[in-house]
Design a protein around this ligand. Structure first.
Ligand code: AMP
Length: 448
């Protein structure tokens, strides 16, 4: 490609790049020079061309440099880092007895970690690259066995990985390719100390890659302390932005109107397709699920207090469509790729605008259309202005009730410089939470 071609290609696919010595994007799978076994799997999956994050992210990652990759949910980010990871593994000396992984992928939730590992297994199996998933809530035995046997790729949630490190079941001395998926959440106040602990055990000349759909400016400074001369690639606008293929409806109502409205919505919407309902707390999740089931709705629920076996079972029932209604806390907000979720309902508004964008991003995936309904009460007024901005940028209409709250509510704006990141106090050492914010955790404790 000539320089002019590159500019036009990036413009057409809405790719913005930053950094020194940036490689040209790849337009076709063949241009990325991946081994044949990767190309075969992609053909088998029916993929036609790289997604924008892949077309620019692959050549960057393959250069061995650090990277921040920002693209909306469902845009093919997982393969954007997994395929270069396979190439990376193949270029390293084989694992010797007792050595830990070469590639470490950190993810904020167990479900996301499992999903990433399924993708890693699909693409790694033809190449003898072994992967395993290390996550809390599941028995340690099989995970320890995998680690002891030796695996090139470990996908982990931070807490369980630290347990494994402390018990000397693995070590990070061989890690040279580190990925933080949903990186803004990983650097959020709940995870930052754990991330620091893990990174302190990894050699400093590793390659580090951050991937996220949302990237509040507050994270950037902290993120860069773990990076060396990174590239940055952004697909679409760097501002907090909702997927354009989702129809968003925000209804200003009071708390006691929520349940009757939910039932009315379900009666209108339910045609056997999947509906995902988000609640802010585990208790709320249990309560509404019980109520729904009592009223004859086939609802199951998933949240952080459930045993992992039950979480896996609930997700499988939902994915297969056997149980088409799932209620969830934010454990299900990020990265989960369930095909054909027809509609997301925010029964409670989340505690950040980033989470709003992630939650509704569970529908409208891979080019499909989706719908999101959000119940918004006067106690959420501080998010009104930011929410209006997100709605307007996605070409959605704003009700007069929400506009009025935005005018009177003040408060957080969505995205970019004014993003409403969870740990709003300047600096990550500041654990002070804004008073009145509902269900925001005390340091390190997740309500979800
Ligand atoms: P992710 O954003 O990684 O969760 O990916 C979302 C979905 O897109 C997954 O089901 C992927 O298998 C799929 N996908 C990844 N790369 C491509 C591609 N190049 N073309 C079409 N679909 C893709």
């Amino acid at each position: 490609m000539s320089e002019q071609d590159v500019i036009l290609y990036r413009k057409r696919r809405d790719i913005t790049v930053e950094g020194y010595d940036i490689p040209k994007p790849v337009r076709f799978f063949e241009e990325a020079n991946f081994p044949d076994y990767c190309l075969q799997v992609m053909t088998k999956c029916g993929f036609v061309e790289p997604t924008p994050i892949q077309s620019q992210g692959w050549p960057m990652a393959l250069k061995g440099r650090d990277l921040i990759g920002i693209a909306e949910t469902g845009s093919g980010k997982t393969l954007a880092y997994l395929l270069p990871a396979l190439v990376h593994v193949k270029a390293q000396p084989r694992l010797a007895n007792g050595e830990g992984p070469i590639v470490l992928v950190l993810a904020p939730t167990r479900e996301l970690a499992v999903q990433i590992q399924e993708e890693a297994a699909k693409f790694g199996s033809n190449s003898n690259v072994r992967s395993t998933c290390i996550y809390g809530g599941a028995p340690k035995g099989p995970q320890i066995r995998d680690l002891k046997r030796g695996v090139e790729i470990v996908i982990a949630t931070p807490g369980r990985l630290i347990d494994m490190l402390e018990a000397c079941h693995t070590n990070l001395r061989r890690v040279t390719y580190l990925v933080l998926d949903e990186a803004d959440r990983m650097l959020d106040m709940g995870f930052e100390p754990q991330i620091r602990k893990i990174i302190s055990q990894i050699r400093p000349d590793r390659q580090t890659l951050y991937w996220s759909a949302t990237w509040p400016r507050e994270v950037e400074a902290l993120a860069r302390t773990f990076l060396c001369n990174p590239y940055k690639v952004i697909i679409g606008s760097p501002d907090l932005k909702a997927n354009q293929s989702i129809n968003q409806f925000v209804e200003v109502i009071s708390d006691h109107e929520k349940y009757p409205r939910l039932i009315k919505l379900l009666s209108e919407l339910m045609d056997g397709n999947r509906i995902l309902i988000f609640l802010e707390t585990k208790k709320g999740c249990d309560q509404i699920t019980r109520q729904l089931r009592t009223n004859g709705w086939p609802a199951l629920s998933i949240h952080g207090d459930k045993a992992q076996a039950e979480r896996d079972w609930v997700l499988a029932e939902f994915k297969s469509g056997k149980s088409p209604i799932m209620t969830a806390t934010d454990v299900a907000a990020r990265g989960l790729d369930v095909k054909d979720i027809k509609c997301v309902i925010n029964y409670d508004f989340p505690s950040s605008l980033e989470d709003y964008v992630h939650r509704i991003g569970r529908t409208g995936r891979a080019g499909a259309k989706g719908t999101a309904f959000t119940f918004f009460t006067s106690s959420n007024a501080r998010y009104a202005r930011g929410l209006v901005k997100i709605l307007q940028e996605a070409g959605q209409s704003v009700s007069s009730a929400l506009a009025a709250l935005a005018r009177s509510g003040g408060g957080a704006m969505g995205g970019g410089a004014t993003g409403n990141f969870r740990s709003r106090g300047r600096g990550f050492g500041n654990r002070q939470l804004r008073s009145g914010s509902n269900a925001i955790p005390v340091a390190g404790k997740k309500p979800w």
